[in-house]
Design a protein around this ligand. Structure first.
Ligand code: PGA
Length: 239
């Protein structure tokens, strides 16, 4: 299983340090073999990871240069960061990133051998139009994306489920992930209102290889609880 915590613009450097201490010791005390990735804000990257990976929520696709306000490869390398989130719905819909820009980021960071957690997902009006529209929408989010990239992790996150407390039915998640499985061998994560109460059942679904958690990951104890649920499932899923 792969469990990701996306802090978004939450937590200070101090708070991140305290959080990482809790999660790191939980992971080592319980011999967790799952992949745990935490995406703190840029200001909290100075962490020396032991058994938890640190990723960034964004990055500018250049080595360095005149791009005011952006953070590029050179700065990420200084922190040893090799994992990046690309295509998150807030970058697409709130910050206005186009598919072209997203694909440029994907190409650049794939060339740099980053682990890429690539996010796709549809707004509610598309979901309401039915399966055909839904798949056509997601297909567009694959434009310029190499689905056979070896360090790809693909996250399905319906826009309407992010931060809303709403989730698709388990059947809908399974169906969508089933289609994604025919397109890539990459591990498939589900994200959007995952919390302690539903993490276990979502991770148990077919073709779900992990979760991407926002708000519910902000509590280190809650995130550790989800890690424990994943560890229990590994035995059942034979991993
Ligand atoms: P949420 O966010 O868990 O708060 O819904 C998930 C995400 O945005 O990755």
């Amino acid at each position: 299983m792969i469990l990701c915590a996306n802090f978004k613009a939450n937590k200070t450097r101090e708070e991140t340090r305290a959080y990482m201490a809790v999660v790191e010791s939980f992971v080592s005390a319980n011999d967790i073999t799952d992949t745990i990735i935490v995406f703190p804000p840029f200001t909290a990257l100075d962490h020396d990871p032991r058994n938890v990976l640190i990723g960034v929520q964004n990055g500018y696709p250049v080595i360095n240069g005149a791009f005011t306000g952006e953070i590029a490869l050179e700065q990420l390398e200084e922190f040893g960061v090799k994992t990046i989130l690309i295509g998150h719905s807030e970058r697409r819909h709130v910050l206005g990133e186009t598919q072209e820009e997203i694909a440029a980021k994907f190409r650049f960071f794939a060339q740099q051998n980053f682990v890429i957690v690539y996010c796709v997902g549809e707004p509610l009006e598309i979901r309401k139009e039915g399966n055909e529209s839904l798949m056509a929408y997601i297909e567009k989010q694959f434009e310029g994306i190499d689905l056979s990239y070896s360090d790809l992790i693909l996250a399905y996150e319906p826009v309407w489920a992010i931060g809303t407390g709403l989730t698709p039915s388990n059947r809908d998640i399974e169906q969508l992930h089933g289609v994604l499985r025919t397109k890539t061998h990459a591990p498939l994560l589900y994200g959007g209102s995952v919390k302690i109460e539903n993490a276990g059942e979502i991770m148990a679904l077919e073709n779900v290889d992990g979760i991407l958690v926002g708000s519910a990951s902000l509590s280190a104890n809650d995130f550790c609880d989800m890690i424990a649920q994943a560890a229990e499932l590994n035995t059942e899923k034979g991993e």
